[in-house]
Design a protein around this ligand. Sequence first.
Ligand code: NFS
Length: 656
Amino acid sequence: MKKYKEVSIDSTTQQMYERAREMGIETVWERLEKQQPQCGYGLLGVCCRNCMMGPCRINPFGGEPRRGVCGADADTIVARNLLRMIAAGAAAHSDHGRHVALTLLIAAEMAEKFKKEGKPVLELDNMASSTLPYQVRDVEKLKAVAERLGIETEGKTIRELAKEVAEVALHDFGKQDEEALAFLKAYLNPKTYEVFEKAAEKAGMPWFENGILPRGIDREIVESLHRTHIGTDHDPVSILLHGLKTSLGDAWGGSLIATELQDILFGTPQVIKAEANLGVLKEDYVNIVVHGHEPVLSEKIVEAAQDPELIELAQKLGAKGINVVGMCCTGLEVLMRHGIPIAGNFLQQEMAIVTGAVEAMVVDVQCIMPATVDVARCFHTKIIDTSPLATFPGAIHIKFDERRADEIAKEIVKTAVENFPNRSKQRVEIPKEKMAGYVGFSVEAILKHFGGSLKPLEEAIVEGKIKGVAGLVGCNNPKIKQDHNHIKIANELMKRDVLLIGTGCWATAAMKYGIFLPEYADTENVGPGLREFAKEWGIPPALNMGSCVDCTRMLVLADLIARDLNVPISALPVVGSAPEAMTEKAVSIGTYFVASGITTHLGIIPPVLGGPKVVKILTQDLYDIVGAAFIVEPDPYKAAKLMYDHIMKKRKELGI
Ligand code: NFS
């Protein structure tokens, strides 16, 4: 028998996990064990803590109590809890989007101010001045987004356009009229728009004005909290309809704004080769891990690490240089745009520290375990928190301010560099494994690759060479052996000639196993049709589309195909999956995929089973309301088969 349990199919994680055990360091897996048995009421979603008459819980076996103190039954409680999860997920993505929009606005306003102070006008009008903390790196994209939004571009400076785009984005957060979001209207094809408009009526709730079209990003999130307050909304149907609406405010609002405006500020990803896994940490270098979600910070850290003075300081202190690597979604942001190596996905954050080779882990927001601080205490690693809204007890706080971005980024990198002499060489163990792969498949990069249109892909689908497309997303969850479901589902789908697109921790998992190499198409895990297509176009059988907010890239891609075929998204042979879902954000993503018409699989059972009506709505009734629903299946082989069957059903309906 093995001495330690197998927590991952990734040998680097397993190696570091065993090292942690040997050293007596507690990690996520021990903490999960200590939580056993986890609360059955919580797992089923039948526990309500929304008021102080409670907490209440419903007997899941049908006996008493059947109702909470206020009279809410299991379905009401389950639906309310789910809506709160969706709202929290949408809030996280959307607040990120707001931050990016504010950064673009601040940069444009600073350009205006500098111009008035007599600094070089041309550079500032083009927002290309090095005096600005943030510039417009992709002018083409700025113009394209402005045009989509109906902003007149003729005769305007880049600075003026940037400001206007930022203002339209910010307006979508707080507007109070009943109209759909400006970004949604600018991006969504009319057929899917119509589905959103009619969804509530189809569900028998015509009083939902404009169906499930989101009106204001913040408004839908606030309304979620309002509806779920004691004594407000009790019908699982209306609660869930509002969940769809809130998630659509995330998809076609908050997350979309994050992706599009990040592309404007930092450049739209283009295909580039890079590396993944813990082996990207370097023994002789100052290692800085950027972890979290917002490239507004990580972009600046990457830049500051190239500062000759800081490199010189690192060398003076005995290092060969400075090595910045990514973790989780902010890692994917700098991977996609600059080819910065990514050290790992969610379950590798503690493992990176256990190597003993990390001088600083620089964190912003979301998916960062507070436990990183405890693990770091066993080594010399400094955890540096940077976001005013995420403070980690025991960490160093160097809070970020966009207006002084360069100065603060340098201070952070300097703190890391100065920590290098504290590293204990005897305590360093970096796993060797790393893997190369091609990344950077933004919608723009995909279009460019196919010669300007999606025709080649659409033809391959119509011919049947490719059966359909699957979008894989999100998370690791220690309840599942790390990456196991990600890779199994990917392989099972590719074997059946399904082209994969994906983001988030799935994408990092796929990269670690070589799936983003064109050569992967030659393996037995890829069917003959997909192999032929991948080879013909020189692409891997799976495309990395970025971080979790970049799930919107997948939606925009699906939307373009739907436009070309003149159908709503729900008619396409397209499916989604979150094989190892964990976050509330993943719940929002799953919901907006389904609401947008993409039937989506979850590999972790969400806390809904205690509400039979809720389960029926989510897995069946939604087909009649939005043309898609959830598939819940923990077994990856069965899940892939169900997803494939759905694709084949859609093909049949389309007559292809
Ligand atoms: Ni998205 Fe999952 Fe977190 Fe990124 Fe990873 S856990 S929902 S993939 S890092 S957000």
